[in-house]
Design a protein around this ligand. Structure first.
Ligand code: UDP
Length: 247
């Protein structure tokens, strides 16, 4: 542990260039994706990503609630991201706080840009993301889970949406931050990519980095997204090879 003022902060990068959990800068945490993890939903997926555990369920296209949100020329995409009270070390107050509302909004917008919504006028496509265990990068894990759940529900989309957070830790650009890196690092930059076109449909940033570092971070994030994309496709192949995922 190093110390900054009165606060003890962990050493995020060793002299050998290894991170707090022994990973290299360009290394992802382990990821497991199960498509079709729930019986009740039209589509679902469970993602374990490092110490994150995230479930996504998709319903629709179905009737719009509340009715006044209905659009005559396309489906609306509504996402609710929620963190369970037991998902973090210090119990989180249940319910939708401002952070959850913001994340729900940016995820809805990301999916609006890849779903063929005009094929289902006057309907709603509802995405529920429940974070059961959180260790940084939960919005990205949520996008990955929701994306596989949408595909599992048969919702037509331009492409799946892999997502990952890159950032700056101990002065270096690193892929897929874990909690200590997110908390004590210099910057955090979650992103979601449309692999076919290379378009970024979710991009946020907290902290500071130079333009050169930003360019490097974006490149690293795109490479990470492409690796995650392969795991997402494999999860869907496994689902249909075995005829089901839900236990
Ligand atoms: N976190 C927490 N309590 C909260 C919100 C977040 O402990 O009320 C933790 C949690 O581990 C989360 C991490 O801080 O994954 C980073 O949160 P951030 O807002 O950056 O979103 P995320 O990285 O999960 O997308």
């Amino acid at each position: 542990m190093g110390s900054v003022g009165a606060k003890e902060v962990p050493v995020l990068l060793s002299p050998e260039g290894l991170r707090i959990d022994g990973r290299h800068l360009e290394e992802l945490r382990s990821i497991r994706i199960v498509a079709g993890a729930l019986h009740g939903a039209d589509g679902s997926a469970f993602v374990e990503w490092g110490a994150n555990k995230v479930m996504a369920a998709v319903y629709g296209p179905r009737e719009v609630h509340p009715r006044h949100l209905q659009q005559n020329n396309k489906a609306i995409v509504q996402c609710r991201y929620n963190m369970a009270a037991f998902s973090v070390d210090e119990r989180k107050r249940p319910g939708l706080d401002r952070r959850s509302q913001e994340i729900s909004k940016v995820i809805s917008e990301a999916f609006e840009s890849v779903i063929f919504a005009e094929e289902f006028p006057r309907t709603s496509i509802d995405i529920y993301i429940e974070v059961l265990q959180a260790n940084a990068g939960t919005r990205c894990a949520g996008v990955v889970a929701a994306s596989v759940a949408l595909a599992d529900a048969g919702i037509p989309m331009v492409d799946l949406l892999p997502a990952v957070a890159v950032g700056k830790v101990g002065g270096a650009i690193a892929l897929d931050l874990k909690k200590e890196e997110d908390n004590y690092g210099e910057a955090d930059l979650p992103m979601a990519l449309v692999p076919q076109s290379g378009r970024l449909v979710l991009l946020q940033m907290e902290g500071h980095m130079t333009r050169e570092e930003l360019a490097k971070a974006l490149d690293l994030g795109v490479t990470g997204c492409r690796a995650i994309y392969e795991k997402m496709k494999q999860a869907l192949r496994d689902r249909y090879a075995s005829g089901g995922g839900a236990a």
